[in-house]
Design a protein around this ligand. Structure first.
Ligand code: GUN
Ligand code: FE
Length: 432
């Protein structure tokens, strides 16, 4: 089966921070033709006179912008309903709001209901892939994967491992967390486009025994991901030091238990020491940058330039429910402000790269998704340049591609997402 679309196209080939000439980082085709065959990209070329004859059934979306789907490298689906919970920083926020909410996911039917809502919300916001936390309950992960499988979505998820420092009703044990995670890996990892992530919540909620078994699991299944949190909040870092006095610091805990590496994704990484930056680089570990969460929870300002200097891959993330929006456009507008507060800049090219190819690279998914190279899986979004009167007025006063895209990044959100395609199929669209 064949889908052919005429529109404007933007995608990235390289990290804007790694090219001398920005034109080598992206491709923009103002009148282009995307040909999709069997869910994969067959070609993306400029439209020409012959195209119309060759493809009489082409869909004409001139006036709209097509980009690769956004990728969210860190998000908690069970926290969907508790987004924007008032007033606390990380540790109190977990106790007050997060743990009671996550309790409900023991009920598979409830997990199913929220999984459906969550996936629809991702698609509505133009997000076609995500690395997702479940809860401690294995049923929560079954429910999410079952829903993702229905639309053949590229999703990575895992059951939280947590055997101390949380309410009893949310605790597993070192052994049960190992057994349950292993069973989920056997059941789901590489089933279609689904992959598994070993998910110790963060160092404070795991005993050394649990981290030992998490590391053992990673050694048994090197192809599986690891996802957790790292150096988000000052009190959290002090707490880790008191719980693991024998370790050199927060990241050293994870490294000691064999949890660093190319497919290990550490959310936040705001307050790292120089030695920890070196460790991330040496182990080829990856950072999930969570702008709206870092501001909402008052965690701090992530230093993106430092990650580039150390060649540590960075993906963009919402971290809902610590984050306040599912929209990666909103993540980027907050990322821009985070850089401004540090006297730094975030170009729109770097930003949109982060939301697409950069996140794909950080998750080692770039051989499958992230741009429109031939053979990649056709996950993409159709954007309206202007979704509000204010955006329309702003664009009328814009005369360069870079400025138009910047306005989209700063003012855009889910209202700008007209439709979303996964594996070449339309999975979400606004009513015209
Ligand atoms: N650290 C440990 N658990 C969490 C969580 O659920 N959200 C965030 N933002 N940080 C965490
Ligand atoms: Fe998180």
């Amino acid at each position: 089966s064949n889908t052919v679309i005429r529109a404007s196209f933007l995608h990235f080939i390289n990290d804007p921070a790694k090219v001398e000439n920005i034109a080598d980082a992206y491709q923009y085709i103002s009148d282009g033709l995307l040909v999709i065959e069997n869910g994969k990209v067959k070609s993306l070329t400029p439209f020409n006179d012959k195209s119309a004859d060759l493809y009489p059934h082409l869909e004409d979306k001139r006036g709209q912008l097509i980009m690769p789907g956004f990728i969210d490298t860190h998000i908690h689906y069970p926290q969907t309903e508790m987004i924007a919970a008032y007033g606390e920083q990380l540790l109190e926020w977990l106790e007050t709001y997060t743990f009671p909410t996550e309790k409900q996911f023991k009920d598979k039917l409830y997990a199913q209901k929220i999984s459906q809502f969550f996936i629809n919300e991702l698609l509505k916001n133009g997000t076609t892939s995500a690395l997702v936390f479940g809860t401690v309950h294995p049923e929560s992960v079954d429910a999410l994967f079952e829903e993702a499988e229905k639309i053949d979505m590229c999703m990575i998820a895992g059951k939280v491992m947590m055997d101390r420092n949380a309410p009893d009703y949310l605790l597993d044990t070192a052994q049960s967390s190992y057994d349950q995670s292993k069973a989920l890996i056997e059941k789901w990892h590489n089933k279609g486009r689904l992959q598994y992530a070993i998910t110790p919540r963060f160092a404070p909620t795991s005993t050394p025994e649990q981290l030992t078994l998490a590391g053992k699991l990673k050694a048994e299944y090197p192809d599986v991901y690891v996802q957790t949190h790292l150096s988000e909040n000052i009190d959290e870092i002090e707490w880790v030091k008191s719980l693991f006095p024998e370790r050199e610091g927060y990241l050293d805990v994870y490294e000691h238990y064999g949890l660093t590496g190319e497919k290990s994704v550490f959310a936040h990484c705001i307050h790292l020491t120089d030695k920890e930056w070196d460790t991330l680089a040496r182990t080829k570990s990856v950072i999930a940058f969570c702008p709206t969460s870092n501001l909402f929870l008052g965690s701090g300002l992530f230093n993106l330039d430092k990650a580039d200097e150390h060649h540590v891959p960075v993906g963009l993330a919402t971290d809902v429910g610590g984050g306040t929006s599912f929209s990666q456009l909103r993540s980027l507008s907050e990322a821009y402000k985070i850089m401004q507060l540090q006297g730094k800049k975030l170009s729109v090219f770097k930003g949109l790269y982060l939301a697409t190819l950069g996140s794909a690279q950080s998750l080692s998914l770039d051989h499958k998704v992230g741009n429109f190279e031939k053979g990649k899986e056709a996950d993409f979004i159709v954007l309206d340049w202007a979704a509000t009167e204010l955006q329309t007025l702003r664009l009328e006063n814009s005369n360069s591609l870079q400025d138009k895209l910047f306005a989209l990044m700063m003012l855009g959100d889910e209202r700008n997402i007209h439709s979303t395609y996964v594996a070449g199929k339309l999975v979400y669209s606004v009513a015209d």
